[in-house]
Design a protein around this ligand. Structure first.
Ligand SMILES: [Zn+2]
Length: 256
């Protein structure tokens, strides 16, 4: 597969990077990323994934755009208030790059719907706001053999990691957080607050991590750093990394 001349121009600053190159750009153009959550993390992640030329995007969110979202959810404007976030995000993508195939799903993923909507994805990027969905998404990714970029945010803190729990010896998101959070929980942003720019840092970091996965085997940048959780601290500021080992008792990724 080769890229058309206008696409070569559009992605020239990528292609000139030795760590990405033409092969990496082609891999991005063939990728299908499912974005779970089009909010504070999903907005900047979507902008950079669309900008990177990811060929197909599925956007999932159950919420509507609310006035309190505009402080950090950068793809939405006042004209979007009350609209489905997934639909408004898809409209943003269509205006940005008509060559991207985009699909919007307004709804919340549960255990059954996760498997249905994630099947066929090259990568799932989860930036949703509750643990029940995160765990359902993680378990579905392991079952379907799909890599997961997981990103979370609160106040001035963020976490971003790539997981490949479907591969031998690799941990999954459930190995990281355990089983305690399967129950529904609240939107912590509403209770605790979050600095808007912190969502930008976490979302763009997640987009970079997603790109690492998408070009694995095609470009030098393709080192996904599986199972390494990056802890972003916006107050210090600092960035720490910790490795999550596979839990042999994990309900998500360990047989038995
Ligand atoms: Zn696991």
């Amino acid at each position: 597969m080769t890229l058309a001349p206008d696409r070569l121009d559009r992605f020239a600053r990528h292609i000139v990077l030795p760590e990405l190159g033409g092969a990496g750009q082609v891999a991005l153009s063939k990728a299908h990323v499912v974005l779970v959550g089009c909010g504070g993390i999903g907005s900047p992640a979507l902008q950079y994934l669309a900008g990177a030329g990811v060929g197909k995007l599925t956007l999932i969110d159950s919420d509507e755009v609310d006035l309190t979202n505009l402080q950090r959810q950068t793809i939405f404007a006042e004209a979007d208030l009350g609209k489905s976030k997934a639909e408004a995000a898809a409209t943003w993508v269509q205006r940005f790059d008509g060559a991207i195939e985009v699909r919007a799903i307004t709804g919340r993923l549960g255990r059954d719907s996760a498997a249905q909507h994630l099947e066929g994805a090259t990568l799932v990027l989860d930036g949703c706001d509750n643990f029940a969905t995160r765990l359902a998404v993680s378990d579905a990714c392991v079952a379907l053999g799909i890599p997961l970029t997981s990103a979370a945010l609160g106040r001035f803190q963020g976490q971003v990691a790539n997981f490949a729990g479907h591969r031998d010896g690799h941990s999954c998101y459930r190995c990281f957080v355990g089983d305690a959070f399967d129950a529904e929980d609240c939107d912590t942003c509403a209770a605790d607050g979050v600095l808007g720019a912190m969502a930008g840092w976490v979302g763009t970091f997640a987009a970079m991590h997603a790109v690492r996965v998408l070009v694995e085997g095609h470009a030098a940048l393709g080192d996904p750093q599986w199972g390494k959780v990056n802890l972003l601290d916006g107050l210090a500021p600092s960035l720490r990394t910790m490795r999550i080992v596979k839990d042999s008792e994990c309900r998500g990724c360990s047989a038995g």
